[in-house]
Design a protein around this ligand. Structure first.
Ligand SMILES: NC(=O)c1ccc[n+]([C@@H]2O[C@H](COP(=O)([O-])OP(=O)(O)OC[C@H]3O[C@@H](n4cnc5c(N)ncnc54)[C@H](OP(=O)(O)O)[C@@H]3O)[C@@H](O)[C@H]2O)c1
Length: 259
């Protein structure tokens, strides 16, 4: 499939890398400063393109600019899209911009998929939420992006909440891992080793939750032997309102996304 990435920054670039793993895809990389697109092209192949070529050639057009840049970009794209005859889909990763708003900004009715990826896309373990304006192209989208990670359809009204959990979540997990490693260093572990212990533990725990299908509470109980050490750590986390802090963090992120 011919795929355009307009905005090849952190997230657009990560999704383009995933798409490039399917040798069948032809990529058109378009960025405000084209040298950034050129750097990505040297890494993953494809072609650096201007707006017209990217829009006219591609069947799937990803929008990867920051929310503030979207209205200006859409003004540029609108006349090009209105000239486009073949079926195509626009895929927007722009946080907080609804399908209706995208339709208004782009000025014509065609399939749109709104997605909310996260940074682990760059290692093929992303969590990508999506809402589509129609079923057209959804199968194609899932197929061409299959190397990016895991996909979940979500009602659009829940997109902001989903974004706060899985889109912002990597930063929360990073803080957690950093804190674990700090504690390891405080207890005498070398920093490098402490980080590996903490990150591999999070990776393994996440895998265990997903693969066992067990509730995290059950898995937690299995680590907490009566009168043991882990339950004392759990007691301290509860005293410091760890779970409440996480819940409030997600709500704050969700509400900021709506502002
Ligand atoms: N990063 C995340 O974890 C994450 C997660 C979910 C969703 N998102 C969404 O992904 C989008 C991009 O975020 P990001 O973190 O990847 O930002 P970023 O690294 O700043 O990338 C944005 C890219 O858009 C380019 N750009 C800006 N205006 C443009 C225009 N008019 N035409 C073509 N390219 C243009 C920028 O180019 P220049 O550098 O040349 O200005 C830059 O390469 C945002 O809407 C964000 O909400 C991000």
């Amino acid at each position: 499939m011919k795929i355009a990435f307009i905005g090849t920054g952190n997230m657009g670039g990560a999704l383009a890398r995933a798409a490039s793993q399917d040798g069948e895809n032809e990529l058109y990389l378009c960025n405000r400063h084209p040298e950034k697109a050129e750097k990505l092209r040297q890494e993953i192949g494809g072609k650096v393109a201007g707006y017209r070529e990217a829009v006219m050639e591609a069947q799937m057009i990803f929008l990867g600019v920051k929310p503030v840049a979207l209205p200006g970009l859409c003004e540029t794209l609108r006349p090009l899209l209105s000239d486009k005859a073949d079926p195509f889909v626009v895929v927007s990763m722009v946080a907080g911009v609804t399908l209706d708003e995208l339709k208004n900004l782009l000025g014509r009715t065609f399939p749109i998929i709104r997605i909310m990826p996260n940074t682990p896309v760059s290692v093929g373990e992303g969590m990508i939420l999506y809402s589509a304006s129609s079923d057209a192209f959804v199968e194609n989208f899932l197929h061409v992006m299959r190397y990016a990670g895991r996909f979940m359809p979500v009602e659009e009204r829940l997109m902001d909440t989903g974004m706060a959990v899985s889109g912002c979540g990597p930063a929360f997990v990073d803080l957690f891992v950093e804190a674990l490693a700090d504690a390891g260093v405080a207890g005498g572990l070398p920093r490098k080793d402490a980080l590996i212990l903490a990150a591999q533990m999070v990776l393994g725990s996440a895998k265990l939750i997903l693969e066992s299908g067990k509730h995290p509470g059950e898995l937690k109980d299995a680590v907490c032997s009566p009168g043991g050490t882990t339950i004392q750590g759990v007691r301290k986390l509860e005293k410091m309102a760890f779970r409440s802090a996480v819940i409030e963090a997600v709500y704050a992120a969700r509400d900021a996304g709506k502002a």
